[in-house]
Design a protein around this ligand. Structure first.
Ligand SMILES: [Zn+2]
Length: 375
């Protein structure tokens, strides 16, 4: 039987779970830890590949290996037990979201939270706008760079035609009905080659709805103007999808947009490094109209709660068996938090644990500090 840890991580579910966890209840922590353990396990495959690479197309092997190995080895959560919330307080991340599912989850969660906040602001002010999840694709191909450029350029042309209409009042197209959009590129890989596509949350003026909503209009997708316009731009793909999002649970549709750029579960390490070499440093997300200008924090840990609140700090360490708690600290709040180990979780004596703890956390934080200062 495949252990929980080796089952692939379903990225939309992972991110949808993550999205509610800016203020996660303590009950969600085991699930969260399990997700992170699976993510680390997948990174392990990429690390292994670096030890014995075949046709590796990158030249920073030693550096990457060190970064990936150090990512998320320790996670420190704060359990604010008086208010029943848990936050990820400290961790060291590699920030290589194209190679590391853990960083991809955290990055996705941060984007999702920031754009969901904007979405709630927009819809409070403009309750008549209807949100849709739009998907646009180009045909598969062997050359990732060429296919990616094709998708990016096609999408840019479509947006430029919208802008031209708004500026000059001519050349109306379906995209002109969109008052705001946030989008991201995604890449899947199969025996048919690379398949780049994009997902977007779009906000549409309901008076303008003609055939956007395939279900409501009863049109075949290929008959829609959206599809015909997209084909005229791409020359090779009429494939579009557009469906209303569940406004009771918008996070689910937002997770489609902010899930990983790469589908790690279907991506062998060799192709993963190939994609990394081509896509690193590229902008894989964007927005326009009412979604323009949202700031997504770089920091991948959670926002913490008030310092005055007492909390228990939980130290998780990653091993091949997954994450497990090594020790607790109890902070009672106030100006000088009282720190003590309240419950040693292994069979060593309190004193030994205290020494080990001091050594471990000091060494770890020194490395972390040096790392930060060198950046
Ligand atoms: Zn990472």
């Amino acid at each position: 039987m495949a252990s929980e840890r080796t089952k692939p991580l379903t990225d939309v579910i992972a991110l949808a779970g993550e999205s509610s966890e800016r203020g996660s209840c303590v009950d969600d922590l085991p699930k969260r830890i399990e997700r992170y353990g699976k993510a680390k396990h997948r990174t392990g495959l990429n690390i292994q590949y670096l030890s014995n690479p075949v046709d590796l197309c990158i030249d920073e092997v030693g550096y990457l290996k060190r970064r990936l190995e150090a990512c998320g080895n320790w996670l420190v959560f704060r359990n604010y037990y008086t208010v029943g919330e848990t936050r990820l307080a400290k961790a060291r991340f590699c920030m290589k979201h194209l190679l590391c599912p853990l960083c991809a989850i955290r990055r996705g969660a941060k984007s999702l939270a920031a754009y969901l906040d904007r979405f709630n602001e927009i819809t409070a002010k403009n309750p008549r706008l209807v949100p849709y999840l739009l998907t646009l694709t180009v045909t598969n191909g062997e050359d990732l760079q060429e296919r990616f450029d094709h998708l990016v350029n096609s999408w840019k042309s479509y947006q430029k035609r919208r802008r031209d209409y708004l500026d000059k009042g001519r050349g109306f197209n379906e995209l002109c009905k969109v008052e705001g959009a946030v989008f991201s590129y995604e890449f899947t890989f199969s025996e048919k080659g690379w398949h780049p596509h994009l997902h977007a949350i779009i906000l549409v003026d309901p008076d303008q709805l003609i055939d956007f909503d395939f279900k409501a209009s009863g049109l075949k997708k290929s008959q829609s103007r959206l599809s015909q316009e997209w084909l005229s731009i791409t020359g090779d793909s009429s494939i579009v999808d557009c469906r209303p999002i569940d406004t009771q649970d918008p996070a689910k549709s937002f997770a489609e947009v902010f899930k990983y750029a790469l589908k790690f579960s279907d991506l062998p390490p060799k192709e993963n490094y190939h994609a990394y070499a081509i896509l690193k440093g590229k902008r894989l997300q964007g927005s326009f109209g009412l979604f323009w200008g949202v700031k997504v924090p770089d920091k991948l840990t959670d926002e913490l709660l008030d310092d005055e609140l007492p909390y228990i700090e939980l130290f998780y360490k990653y091993t091949d068996a997954g994450y497990s708690v090594t020790h607790h600290h109890h902070h009672t709040g106030g100006e000088r938090p009282q720190v003590r180990i309240i419950e040693p979780l292994d069979d060593r004596s309190d004193l030994a644990l205290e020494k080990a703890d001091k050594f471990r956390s000091t060494a770890w934080w020194l490395i972390e500090k040096r790392e930060r200062e060198s950046q």
